[in-house]
Design a binder for this molecule. Structure first.
Ligand code: SF4
Length: 358
């Protein structure tokens, strides 16, 4: 058995760590390239959103390179994600590929399914070993997310351009090569020290911008074209609505124990939206309001073209930010999105925010 899974930001680092502990044979994905996107787009329905096309491209490349078992997350609700796994597997079967598929349901109260699926690919490891594997993978993701969060603070303040990005890359490489939970704990302290060593302009008060949007666009730098880095280099400090470790904690672990964050999100999103409509719509409206209350001077919304929940979110965010007199920009991305156009729009947005400061 050779397992393959789609790429999304640093998620693969956590999954690979997990599979290493379980001694599961897995396919090492190549980074997403133009070829991945071309392959995925060619075989996807025209209306599919960008993450679908890239995931499909990932799977085709993995199958061509010898993977024989594909893992994908399931879902529910009005967002199309709920049937992505099945649709992609059907397309691949019609293309003539032969493989086994595992759809891990993320539906509330079905996290037992997650453990069962892990057991299927875990070489008969016992439950404690499976739990350690999940914990180890999660710890890696959590440390990378903390480093990314620090990078958002240091990038606009650094005195030597590029220092923060270099440190972040080093952290990611070290976390990736860590062999045990003890290594991760040791790295925790070191990461703190490395970032504190960055020379910064201590008096600078960068403009704060809240970043909300769809998970894949927010987490995958090849899709958002390194938007975090671009904004940091423009001197803006970002506050981001989604990190992969936080998402796993809330949607996989806490949901399983019956602790959902939905009521809190509804409170902050009210009166603009009062219920879940799928995807991250409720969360984005809610977090945008929280970011404004916490001092953000602008909101950026990022989503793949044709993403239904984010089309609704855009309409609501237009209204909620207008009511609070906060500049707002919504960026919908697809395979045609050019880097120069994105850079220009970000520069114009940061200029606008800086010129409106008292
Ligand atoms: S949230 Fe949007 S981009 Fe993500 S799967 Fe659903 S429709 Fe597609």
């Amino acid at each position: 058995m050779k397992v393959a899974f789609p790429l999304m930001g640093h998620l693969h680092i956590g999954l690979e760590a997990c599979f290493d502990v379980l001694e599961t044979n897995y396919h090492i994905n190549k980074p997403i390239t133009k070829k991945t996107l071309v392959l995925g787009t060619k075989h996807s329905p025209e209306f599919a959103c960008l993450p679908f096309k890239i995931n499909l491209g990932n799977f085709i490349e993995a199958l061509e390179e010898g993977a024989d078992t594909l893992i994908f997350a399931g879902g529910f609700g009005p967002c199309r994600f709920g049937y992505y796994g099945q649709t992609q597997f059907l397309i691949l079967k019609n293309l003539g590929y032969e493989f086994n598929c595992l759809i891990v349901e993320m539906v509330e109260k079905k996290q037992r399914d997650l453990l069962d699926k892990f057991k299927l690919i875990s070489n008969s490891k016992n439950i404690l070993q499976v739990l350690y594997a999940i914990h180890f993978g999660y710890s890696k993701l959590s440390l990378i997310d903390r480093a990314e969060q620090k990078a958002l603070y240091y990038r606009p303040r650094e005195l030597t351009r590029g220092t923060t990005c270099n440190i972040l890359e080093e952290v990611i490489a070290k976390v990736k090569s860590a062999n045990s939970y003890r290594d991760i704990k040791k790295l925790n302290g070191e990461v703190e020290r490395w970032f504190k060593g960055i020379e910064i302009n201590k008096t600078k008060k960068p403009i704060k911008i809240g970043l909300v949007g769809e998970i894949y666009s927010l987490l995958e730098p090849r899709i958002n074209q390194n938007l975090e880095k671009k904004l940091g280099c423009l001197g803006a400090e970002l506050v981001k609505s989604i990190y992969i470790s936080q998402w796993i904690k809330e949607k996989v672990f806490l949901d399983a124990l019956g602790f959902t964050n939905t009521n809190n999100l509804k409170n902050h999103a009210s009166p603009y939206i009062t219920r879940e409509i799928g995807g991250h719509c409720l969360e984005n409206v809610s977090k945008a309001n929280m970011f404004v209350n916490a001092g953000c001077k602008g909101i950026i919304h990022l989503a793949p073209l044709t993403c239904m929940p984010e089309i609704v979110a855009k309409g609501i965010l237009n209204k909620s930010t207008e009511d609070q007199n906060i500049p707002f920009i919504s960026l919908f991305i697809d395979e045609q999105t050019g880097e120069a156009g994105l850079q220009t729009r970000l520069e114009a947005f940061v200029d606008l925010l800086e010129s409106s400061l008292p």
